[in-house]
Design a protein around this ligand. Structure first.
Ligand code: ZN
Length: 347
């Protein structure tokens, strides 16, 4: 089976929402949401970015399959004290799972760690923060989280914070919404570059994207974003953003969230795999074979019914093969390109 390293999941959010501090639902398998260990193994998931996302509250509905267009009003800031508590709680879930079951899941701080985890048959987990509200302006929490194994940060989720402004979920709309990085945001990007922490552009607005492209010495990465030319969501990447990612030697990960795949922006799981292949084709043409990867958004979004959950990944691989992608290209998209860009960012 084709192994898959995935650019984004919200499984820690799902566990946290269930007050599952030890990650039993993941380790034992609960058939809920999109990812648990038995289904990950069945689908060939070899590892990925495990996002820590601090929501404003616990009232979250991810999978409304109601056909509505994903077009929401701007989302306000989240309280940073609350976000700090939630961020550390979710990090603790990941750390407890990795400590309890190194045969099942391992926290990886570098590509060598990933390769060793995969050789041992364990899921290779990169600790990622989506929305860095837990980090204050002097960046002290970044040092603590780095020491705990954090290797990837999206400075903003789709809301403003002390570092910058995220793109809202609007449709049809582009990412030119709001101001760029603050001075604290620029300091955060600089420190991430020094430490070897990947800076994720997926929820960044256009001006923040430009600021990071100018400031960062590392490849530009959007872990879970699609093509704006094919689906006019503000969450998707414009051609100029894809060109900047290509020029930096970076990567974009295909997001399985249906409103960011579909031309009509609608929340419906009745979305064919060929729609995903159209985005992959476009990304390949724009970024080249080294710039395209996967970023599922499992446990954080409504996804195509033909995939269903992580155990359905072979269906996506099958669609790639049916579209004429050869074995080498399939392996780069599914795994190799993430490892390659991680080698050049976190080491
Ligand atoms: Zn996201």
């Amino acid at each position: 089976m084709q192994p898959i390293f995935d650019g984004h999941n919200d499984t820690l959010l799902r566990l946290w929402l269930h007050n599952d501090r030890d990650g039993r639902l993941f380790l034992d398998g609960d058939e809920g949401g999109h990812i648990d260990l038995p289904r990950a193994r069945a689908g060939g998931m070899a590892g990925g970015f495990f996002a820590i996302y601090p929501p404003a509250n616990k009232d979250i509905h991810l999978d409304n399959d109601d056909g509505a267009v994903c077009d929401e009003p701007p989302i306000g800031p989240v309280d940073s004290s609350w976000a700090r508590v939630v961020t550390f709680e979710m990090a603790a879930i990941l750390l407890r799972m990795c400590a309890a079951r190194p045969d099942a899941i391992r926290l990886c701080r570098c590509v060598t760690d990933i390769e060793q985890a995969q050789a041992a048959g364990a899921i290779a987990a990169i600790m990622h923060i989506e929305g860095a509200e837990a980090i204050g302006p002097d960046l002290g929490e970044l040092e603590v989280l780095y020491a705990a194994g954090l290797r990837s940060i999206g400075p903003v989720w789709s809301r403003p914070n002390i570092f910058g402004t995220g793109v809202p979920f609007s449709f049809p709309a582009g990412p030119e919404q709001g101001t760029g990085l603050t001075d604290a945001g620029k300091a955060l990007v600089k420190r991430c570059d020094e430490l070897g922490v990947l800076v994720d552009l997926s929820h960044m607005n256009a001006q923040g994207f430009r600021d990071i492209a100018r400031l960062s010495t590392k490849p530009l990465v959007a872990t879970h974003s699609n093509v704006h030319a094919l689906s006019n969501s503000s969450r998707n990447l414009m051609d100029w953003q894809l060109d900047a990612i290509r020029d930096s030697g970076g990567v974009a990960g295909l997001n399985y969230a249906v409103p960011f795949l579909r031309e009509d922006g609608r929340q419906t799981s009745d979305t064919p795999l060929t729609t995903m292949i159209r985005h992959l084709d476009y990304l390949l043409e724009r970024l080249g074979e080294g710039g395209v990867a996967l970023g599922s958004d499992f446990d954080g979004a409504l996804i195509p019914a033909e995939i269903g959950d992580v155990s359905g990944l072979p269906a996506l691989v099958g669609a790639m093969r049916q579209a004429g992608y050869g074995d080498a290209l399939v392996d780069r998209i599914c795994r190799g390109n993430w490892l390659d860009v991680l080698r050049r960012t976190i080491g």
